[in-house]
Design a protein around this ligand. Structure first.
Ligand SMILES: [Zn+2]
Ligand SMILES: [Zn+2]
Length: 152
């Protein structure tokens, strides 16, 4: 429940001076006094009223504060839950990113292995080519020799 002064429409705060008229209506002391100087009636119900008939009102501030604290704690709890959810979501994204990075590094490793193999194989091919060249030269020599001996 929130109480407000019908003269100025502002809510009553615990520290402010609030008074009640004999008819039971609440006003700021600073709002009702100038009013009563002009008209000796309650601004709310027009019942007769004088400044001397006003009674100071004391609110039970503790109860109000407790309620507000409870509301604040509830709000804080909701916010904390929301924050937890967001942190969880962020963690999931992080995990996914980690997996991607892992997979990428695995792929780089595989690629490196393949490159090594290709390099090894090209070395083998070069060796084979060299050997074949040697063989070709050898065969040429052999054929030349054979031709020479047949003509002798
Ligand atoms: Zn007021
Ligand atoms: Zn009144």
């Amino acid at each position: 429940m929130e109480l407000s002064c019908s003269v100025c429409s502002e809510l009553y705060v615990p520290s402010v001076h609030v008074v009640t008229t004999p008819c039971g209506h609440l006003f700021h002391n600073d709002c009702i006094l100038p009013w009563l100087e002009r008209s000796r009636t309650c601004p709310e119900c027009r019942a007769e009223c004088t400044a001397t008939a006003l009674i100071k009102v004391h609110f039970n501030v503790t109860a109000n504060l407790e309620r507000n604290t409870t509301l604040l704690v509830e709000k804080l709890n909701k916010l904390t839950t929301k924050l937890d959810e967001q942190v969880e979501a962020l963690r999931k994204i992080e995990k996914r990113t980690d997996k991607c990075v892992e997979r990428q590094s695995m792929m780089v490793d595989t690629l490196q292995l393949l490159l090594d193999e290709i390099r090894t194989q090209s070395t083998c091919i070069r060796d084979l080519e060299n050997k074949m060249d040697d063989c070709t030269v050898g065969l040429g020599d052999f054929l030349t020799n054979m031709f020479d001996t047949s003509t002798v």
